[in-house]
Write a protein that binds this ligand. Structure first.
Ligand SMILES: Nc1ncnc2c1ncn2[C@@H]1O[C@H](COP(=O)(O)OP(=O)(O)OP(=O)(O)O)[C@@H](O)[C@H]1O
Ligand SMILES: [Mg+2]
Length: 489
């Protein structure tokens, strides 16, 4: 069944149940009210009758008799209103009976009236003497007491059918109202259900659109009800789906570019190695140059190995496969080790490496990755500095440790600084030096490794003057600070 009809049905059923309960209660109340009204009227008739007809001797306090003429006149008048009455003496004899109406009073009835209580009978099959019939009557049997003495009992009654007729009329009116209300309810519930299902349909349409891969959706959500909450979540979902779709496209593009760049980078050493091998194969290289050729091939093979390792690291970082094993160690000690390792390479470019740091600078980092980061930066400093100085410094901060590598080399312009973290970026192609690699991937890995530590790397460089790289490693529990670069031309 369609949602709109299901909704309609439930609205309708609820309203109908409510109407049935209300109608049943109303009929019950009306019935009781009708009987009470009738009894009140009969009581009034009875009292009026007695006031008009009783002849009483006040001297000896006795009932002298009843005014028959008045009674007859009243009997006629009341019978036109379907009211009949009988007057009994205290000795249970009938003094007057209109139209032969003769309700039978039981012993209990007499006992009750003698106690001065009025009896209300909802239903009594009372005989009518004048035509020997018996009718369904409702009655009031009322005692009249004067000076603590029962003087008469009056039974007034009217036909139950009169009450039934009234009740039926009310019921018919009521049913007409119910039918009208049901029709209005039906229309209203249809309109309400339509409004609801229309909104759901809009969402269904949007979902189909998303399923087709079209995320350009904005549902109108003016109110704060659950459906609009759902609509807002829907909009958010579409936005984030669009964002992730764009991110996937960007990733794919980056991946393709990366593959192309990596292949390009590998081609140069492979071409060199191939050329030299061909030369060796055809004996085209003179004997005295053979050693140098082999050295060149070794250097290029090492470059290729480095490139492959870096590429693998880069991929691991990109796909979040790299996990850190952090420990606390002395950073200064590692700076001294690195300076020792690289001092020969520095000397080859006429550079001097200095360490300017306190004896102990505790750092919390992955040891191997820390060495990898610092090695890359120091190597860059040597690579881009001729006849200069490379200074390694370290200091302890309140919640971490800071290391810096300062050189007096070629420096960088602002534009160059902005790109050094990109993969395969090389600011100065004329400075290509196969001794160190130069694939332009080193700093991109460094940056990602520092990020992974929750740390921060900044660069301060001036073209033609030198560069300073500063790396901050936070201690456990301290969140990464913003990364940033600074440059002066
Ligand atoms: N200390 C520095 N002084 C001047 N330029 C620098 C310095 N460090 C990095 N650069 C510039 O940033 C670029 C990127 O450095 P990166 O270490 O990523 O690549 P690379 O050293 O060229 O190659 P490799 O991937 O082998 O490290 C360098 O090519 C260079 O132009
Ligand atoms: Mg480098």
């Amino acid at each position: 069944m369609k949602l709109v009809y299901r909704q309609m049905l439930s609205f309708f059923l609820v309203i109908c149940t409510l109407m049935v309960i209300l109608t049943a209660t109303y009929i019950q109340v009306t019935n009781t009210t009708l009987y009470h009204q009738t009894w009140d009227q009969l009581t009034t008739d009875s009292d009026t009758l007695m006031m008009d007809a009783v002849q009483y001797d006040f001297s000896n306090q006795e009932l002298k008799g009843l005014k028959m003429q008045t009674l007859n006149a009243n009997a006629q008048l009341l019978s036109r209103q379907n009211v009949h009455f009988t007057i009994y003496t205290p000795a249970k004899k009938v003094s007057f009976s209109s139209n032969g109406f003769r309700p039978s009073l039981t012993k209990d009835d007499w006992a009750t009236v003698k106690r001065g209580k009025t009896i209300h009978k909802r239903l009594d099959a009372a005989p009518f003497r004048h035509d020997n019939s018996s009718r369904q009557m409702t009655e009031v049997i009322r005692p009249y007491i004067y000076q603590n003495k029962l003087i008469a009992v009056v039974a007034t009654g009217t036909f139950v059918s009169t009450i039934n007729q009234n009740r039926q009329q009310i019921l018919i009116n009521m049913l007409k109202c119910i039918a009208l209300a049901a029709a209005v309810t039906l229309v209203m519930s249809y309109i309400l259900s339509r409004q609801m299902t229309k909104r759901i349909k809009k969402m269904q349409k949007a979902a189909t659109q998303i399923a087709r891969g079209d995320y350009d959706i904005h549902l109108q959500t003016p109110s704060s009800d659950e459906l609009d909450d759902l609509g807002r979540d829907f909009n958010k979902m579409a936005d984030s789906l669009q964002a992730s779709q764009e991110e996937i496209a960007r990733q794919q593009e980056r991946q393709q570019k990366f593959m192309a760049d990596a292949a390009h980078e590998m081609r140069t050493p492979l071409t060199t190695i191939n050329g030299l091998l061909e030369g060796l194969a055809y004996d085209a290289i003179p004997e005295e140059d053979k050693k140098h050729s082999i050295q060149l091939m070794q250097a290029d093979t090492q470059r290729l190995i480095r490139l492959v390792n870096n590429t693998l690291d880069s991929e691991k970082l990109r796909t979040n496969q790299l996990t850190l094993r952090r420990t606390i160690f002395n950073g200064t000690e590692e700076l001294h080790n690195l300076a020792d390792q690289l001092k020969e390479k520095a000397a080859a470019s006429g550079d001097v490496i200095k360490v300017d740091a306190p004896k102990l600078v505790r750092v919390y980092a992955d040891y191997d990755r820390f060495v990898q980061i610092m090695f890359n930066i120091i190597q860059n400093a040597i690579q881009f500095t001729d006849q200069g100085t490379v200074t390694l410094a370290a200091s302890r901060e309140p919640h971490g440790a800071t290391f810096s590598v300062t050189d007096t080399g070629i420096g960088m312009t602002k534009e160059q600084v902005d790109h050094i973290w990109d993969r395969f970026y090389k600011a100065d192609r004329s400075r290509m030096n196969t001794q160190y690699g130069e694939s332009g991937i080193g700093l991109s890995i460094v940056k990602q490794l520092v990020d992974l530590h929750g740390g921060k790397i900044t660069v301060d460089s001036k073209h033609g003057v030198g560069s300073q790289f500063t790396i901050y490693f936070p201690d456990r529990d301290y969140a990464p600070a913003n990364n940033g670069t600074k440059s002066q031309d």
